[in-house]
Design a protein around this ligand. Structure first.
Ligand code: NBP
Length: 471
C-alpha cells in the first residue's frame, strides 16, 4: 500500500463493494467512499480488511486520494443520487478527470450528463454493468459509452475485471453519449422477456403435467445442456431449493407478485417511441404489472374459474422446449432490432457483433445463442432480423408448429402465456404477405380523411366514404 490510488469508487451497497474488491484483486489500489460512513467503516473492517483499499470519509478526502487524471466509478442508486454525487465531486475535480457511472441510469439522463460535464471539462462514461453481485465480484459484462479518450484510460482496468468469453474480455467501447447505458437498458429488456418465457414454461409444466419443482428442475437442466443460458441454469437451481423452515420447495412459498426497477419498462417505452415492435419484451413488462393486481386476480378467479384441465401428454415437453427456444430467440431478435434502430437514430454507430460478444459471459442474458448472434453480425454486418439468418431461419421453419401447439394448448386450458403468444403473433405478422392493415387505412380515411395508398396504382387517395359534401 502507499501512493495515490489508481481508481476510486463511490457507493458501497452490494454492487459497489463487490466491484471494488474485484478491481483490487486485479492488482489496483482503490479508494472508496459511501454517503453513510458506517457502511464504509464496516466494509473496511470486514470484507476489505488487509486489502489495497483506502477509505475516505468526505468527497474532498476521496478525491485527494486519487492519481490524476482521476478515475471515479459511481455505483449509487440510479436517478437523482447520481446528480447529487456529481455535484458534490465537481468542486474538487480538474479538467480531464473521468467520472464513470456504473449504475442502471436512464440513457437520457446519461446523455444530459455527458454534455453537461463536457462543458465543465470532465470526461464522462455511462457504463452498464451486468451480472448482479456475483458478476461484480468475479467478472461482469461491462458496456461503456461516452468519451472515448476516457475509455482508453480505463480500458486496461475494465479488461482485467470483466468476465472472459472465448474471444476476450466482456467489455468493449460501444459509442458516444449514452450508447453504453442504452445497450444495458436493452440487455435488461431482453432479460425481462426471457425470464417471463421461462416462468410461463414453468406454469405450463405444473398446470398441464402436474410436475413437481424437483422434476421441473431436472427438465430445465436438460434443456440447458445445449442453450447454456444463465437464466435457465438458475431456474434449475431455484426449483431444487427447499425451504429450511418447512422442508417444502421454496418456490411454492414465494408470493406471485413480481417487482421491477424500470429498465424493462424503459425498453418498451423507447421501442414505442422509435416505432420498433418488441412484443415479447412488452408482454413481459405487462405480465409483471398484472401480477401486482393480486386483489383483482382473487376476485376474477372466483367469478371466472379456470376451465377443467386435461393432463397433457409427456411429449408436450418436447414441444415446450422448442417453443421456449424459438420465443427466446425472438426476444433477442427484438432487442437487437431496437439497438439497430437506436444506433442510426442517435448516431451511436453500435458495433452489434461486439454487443453480442460482450454479452456472452458475466451478464444475466448470457447464453450460447449469443455466439450465433455474434456470427450473424460479424458476417452480415447489418441484418434485417436475426430470425432470417441461416443460423435461425431453418429452426423457425422446422419448429414453429411446436410454438403453435404450446400457445393453443395454453389458450384451451386457460393458462396465460402472454410472452409465448406475443412471440408467435410477431412471427406470424412478419411472415404474413397480407395483413389487415388495408382495413385500418380505410377506417382512418373514413373518419379522418387520412388518405391511403392503393395496390394497383401509384399515388395518394381519399374516398368520400360518407358522401359528406352532399350533406
Ligand atoms: P442501490 O441501487 O441500492 O443504491 C445504494 C447506494 O446508493 C448506497 O451506496 C447509497 O448510499 C447510495 N446513495 C443513495 Br440510495 N442516495 C445517495 C445520495 N443522495 N448520495 C450519495 N449516495 C447515495 O445499490 P446497488 O444495488 O448496489 O446498485 C448500484 C447501481 O448498480 C444501481 O444503479 C443499480 O441499478 C445498478 N445495478 C444493480 C444490480 C444489482 O444486482 N443490485 C445489477 C446491475 C446494476 P447510502 O449507503 O448512504 O444509503
Amino acid at each position: 500500500m502507499g501512493g495515490k490510488c489508481d481508481i476510486g469508487l463511490i457507493g458501497l451497497a452490494v454492487m459497489g463493494q463487490n466491484l471494488a474488491l474485484n478491481i483490487e484483486s486485479a492488482g489496483y489500489q482503490v479508494a472508496v467512499y459511501n454517503r453513510t460512513t458506517t457502511t464504509t467503516e464496516e466494509f473496511i473492517k470486514k470484507r476489505a480488511s488487509n486489502k489495497n483499499i483506502n477509505p475516505a470519509y468526505s468527497l474532498e478526502e476521496f478525491v485527494s486520494l486519487l492519481q490524476v487524471p482521476r478515475k471515479i466509478i459511481l455505483m449509487v442508486k440510479a436517478g437523482a443520487p447520481v446528480d447529487y454525487v456529481i455535484e458534490g465531486l465537481l468542486p474538487y475535480l480538474e479538467e480531464g478527470d473521468i467520472i464513470i457511472d456504473g449504475g442502471n441510469s436512464y440513457y437520457r439522463d446519461t446523455e444530459r450528463r455527458v454534455r453537461g460535464l463536457k462543458e465543465r471539462g470532465i470526461r464522462f462514461l455511462g457504463t452498464g454493468i451486468s451480472g448482479g453481485e456475483y458478476g461484480a465480484l468475479h467478472g461482469p459484462s461491462i458496456m461503456p459509452g461516452g468519451d472515448e479518450s476516457a475509455y482508453r484510460e480505463v480500458e486496461e482496468i475494465f479488461s482485467k475485471i470483466a468476465a472472459r468469453a472465448e474471444d476476450g474480455p466482456c467489455v468493449s467501447y460501444l459509442g458516444e453519449g449514452s450508447a453504453g447505458h442504452y445497450v444495458k437498458m436493452v440487455h435488461n429488456g431482453i432479460e425481462y422477456g426471457v425470464m417471463e418465457l421461462i416462468a410461463e414454461s414453468y406454469d405450463l409444466m405444473r398446470k398441464t403435467l402436474g410436475l413437481s419443482p424437483a422434476e421441473m428442475g431436472g427438465i430445465f437442466r436438460e434443456w440447458n445442456e445445449e442453450q447454456q443460458s444463465y437464466l435457465l441454469e438458475i431456474t434449475g437451481e431455484i426449483m431444487d431449493r427447499e425451504d429450511q423452515e418447512t422442508g417444502k420447495p421454496l418456490i411454492d412459498l414465494i408470493s406471485d407478485v413480481a417487482n421491477q426497477k424500470g429498465t424493462g419498462k424503459w425498453t418498451a417505452q423507447e421501442a414505442l417511441d422509435l416505432g420498433v415492435p418488441v412484443p415479447v419484451i412488452t408482454a413481459a413488462v405487462n405480465a409483471r404489472y398484472l401480477s401486482s393486481y393480486k386483489e383483482e386476480r382473487g376476485e376474477f378467479s372466483r367469478l371466472f374459474p379456470a376451465p377443467e384441465r386435461k393432463t397433457a401428454d409427456r411429449d408436450f415437453l418436447v414441444a415446450l422446449e422448442e417453443a421456449l427456444y424459438l420465443a427466446t430467440v425472438t426476444a433477442y431478435a427484438e432487442g437487437m432490432d431496437l439497438l439497430k434502430r437506436a444506433s442510426s437514430e442517435y448516431g451511436y454507430n453500435l458495433p452489434l457483433a461486439e454487443v453480442a460478444r460482450i454479452w456472452q459471459d458475466g451478464c444475466i442474458i448470457r447464453s450460447n445463442l449469443l455466439k450465433q448472434i455474434q456470427r450473424i453480425y460479424k458476417e452480415a454486418g447489418e441484418t434485417a432480423s436475426i430470425i432470417l439468418s441461416d443460423e435461425f431461419s431453418s429452426d423457425f421453419a422446422g419448429k414453429i408448429e411446436n410454438l403453435r401447439r404450446v400457445v393453443s394448448l395454453a389458450a384451451v386450458e386457460g393458462i396465460p402465456v402472454p410472452a409465448f403468444s406475443a412471440a408467435l403473433a410477431y412471427f406470424d405478422s412478419l411472415s404474413a404477405r397480407d395483413l389487415p392493415a388495408n382495413l385500418i387505412q380505410a377506417q382512418r380515411d373514413y373518419f379522418g380523411a387520412h388518405t391511403y395508398q392503393r395496390k394497383d396504382k401509384e399515388g395518394t387517395f381519399h374516398t368520400d366514404w360518407q358522401d359528406i359534401k352532399n350533406v
